[in-house]
Design a protein around this ligand. Structure first.
Ligand code: NAD
Length: 503
């Protein structure tokens, strides 16, 4: 593994340094405001463990002010605006994000530790595409006429926004998760309160500024930084919020579903995954192995769709293990702002402890650590870096096979037969995604049908598109982001009955 120097913030632009040292405020009703209680949170560069900025920790009073603003905009400016004008604003916002790609990627990289060049190519691109895709939906949300039993009744439906939406997002894809939620919600005519994760609040603050620059009326998009227990919880409890769209952990997702039921909020949950990545020996094994390495080491494995359980048909096992290990050795650990870096730090020391705990327990039970298995060495020991790690010999019941690790740790297992594979791949409680590599078309489709997951990739992995729904089965949650299904959850249908009998 090649190591990059760690002088990240020295590489930041003046614009970023100025932004970091400015006073960060909440965005409520189009105004930058400090939290009513004045409490703040610090955000850190996980590579250097230095504080980057302080942001408000929004309290219940701030949530209340944001809900009031969003409710007023819902029934006022946003409702009165034509669908075509709303569409134009979403397109302008996409253009502004595109204009500021370099700056946003730099800030997001410092905040999350992820490589800047990958943020620009993946996160920012996905965010822009979501806005452009849903801008097209604004003008296409038509109801229908229904032939009722009486010829003198006209029955038609209207597609109406569900109301004020609280979008609560995690730290691993801050900007793009925010846009996956904001774009369809705004296209549906809803107004939004966005709560970014406490570890990565900065890109949401930029997004709020750009939304105003794009012409979004005050109150349509409000940004509340803060932690989950304070800001998130107050949003989930607030009776003025009609829908929660949440991406994050299974634990918090289940908690939110319970609390939200008290006020009958709509809830959609994009939760964790333990995604089986399957290689049959008959396929393009070399490409599959290289892709499998990318599927786990991209963003240091901090990806819900990470292919963290690789299942390889026995006769291809040694070849795949060797190739994955070789790919791991090519990764360049370093600060996210270095252009060469391909493996950044984990988000925090806590996350690093969690990841290394899985590996240490594996070692204790005799699982082989083929490569990696340590925190970053030398200068990297001071940041939350973890080496790309490959394990073999784990059983289906071992934690590294059954649990979401959210780190650069891959468990590689073997299988002998198709039926055995399907049974074992479905042992996980999650059902987010799966990958299958084979040249046998019948086998590919049979496996895709049998595996319990919201997404199955065949002879590819980690493909995302604003037009294609994304969401899990089982403990990975319910509801979809992206695609037609992604906007349905922000709409409710009203039925109108008209009696046009004469006399
Ligand atoms: P998390 O659940 O700890 O936090 C997610 C968000 O929830 C944060 O904004 C947090 O502040 C907020 N939150 C925490 N407690 C809350 C409460 N009581 N009420 C309301 N909000 C609260 O998750 P994380 O650690 O930030 O993210 C990692 C998890 O996200 C992983 O499990 C990962 O698989 C999942 N994830 C899923 C997808 C997907 O599309 N399925 C995508 C990305 C991440």
């Amino acid at each position: 593994m090649i190591e990059q120097p760690l002088n990240g913030t020295q590489l930041a632009s003046k614009k970023t340094i100025d932004f970091l040292s400015s006073t960060h405020k909440l965005l409520i009703d189009g105004n930058d405001v400090l939290s009513a209680a004045g409490e703040t949170l610090r955000t850190y560069d996980p590579a250097l463990k230095i504080a980057l900025a302080e942001v408000p920790n929004a309290k219940a009073a701030d949530v209340d002010a944001a809900v009031t603003a969003a409710t007023s905009a819902l029934h006022g400016s946003w409702q009165k605006m034509s669908p075509m004008d709303r569409s134009q604003i979403l397109l302008r916002l996409a253009d502004l994000i595109e204009r500021d790609t370099t700056w946003i990627s730099e800030v997001e990289s410092l905040d999350s530790g992820k490589p800047k060049h990958q943020i620009a190519a993946v996160d920012v691109r996905l965010a822009i595409n979501a806005l452009r895709y849903y801008a097209g939906w604004c003008t296409k949300l038509a109801g229908e006429t229904i032939p009722a039993s009486s010829p003198e009744l006209l029955v038609y439906t209207r597609r109406e926004p569900v109301g004020v939406v609280a979008a609560i997002v995690p730290w691993n894809f801050p900007l793009c998760q925010a846009c996956f939620k904001i774009a369809p919600a705004l296209a549906a005519g809803c107004t939004v309160i966005l709560k970014p994760a406490e570890q990565t609040p900065l890109s949401a603050l930029i997004l709020g500024r750009l939304a105003l620059e794009a012409g979004l009326p005050p109150g349509v998009l409000n940004i509340l930084t803060g932690d989950g227990a304070t800001t998130g919880q107050a949003l989930v409890e607030h009776p003025g919020v009609a829908k929660i769209t949440f991406t994050g952990s299974e634990r918090v997702g289940k908690h939110i579903a319970r609390i939200a039921s008290a006020t009958l909020k709509r809830v959609s949950l994009e939760l964790g995954g333990k995604n089986p990545h399957i290689i049959f020996a008959d396929g393009d094994v070399d490409t599959a192995a290289v892709t499998a390495a990318g599927a786990i080491f991209f963003y240091a494995g901090q990806v819900c769709s990470a292919g963290s359980r690789l299942m390889v048909e026995a006769k291809a096992f040694d070849r795949v293990v060797n190739q994955v290990v070789s790919e791991a050795s090519k990764l360049k650990m370093g600060h996210g702002l270095h252009t060469e870096t391909t493996l950044g730090p984990l988000i925090s020391e806590d996350q690093l402890k969690r990841v290394s705990g899985f590996v240490e327990r594996s070692r204790d039970t005799g699982i082989e650590v083929v490569t990696g298995g340590r925190r970053g060495q030398g200068t990297f020991a001071s940041g939350s870096f973890y080496e790309p790690t490959v394990l073999t010999g784990a059983k289906d019941t071992d934690g590294v096979v059954s649990d979401e690790i959210f780190g650069p740790v891959l468990a590689i297992q073997t299988f002998e037969s198709f039926d055995e594979l399907v049974k074992r791949a479905n042992t996980t409680s999650y059902g987010l995604a799966a990958g299958i590599w084979t040249s046998d078309v019948a086998k590919a489709h049979a496996a895709a049908a049998a595996i319990q997951a919201g997404t199955v990739w065949i002879n590819t992995y980690n493909q995302f598109d604003a037009a294609v729904g994304w969401g899990g089965f089982k403990q990975s949650g319910y509801g979809k982001d992206n695609g037609r299904e992604g906007i349905e959850q922000y709409l409710q249908t009203k039925t109108v009955w008209v009696n046009y009998a004469r006399g």
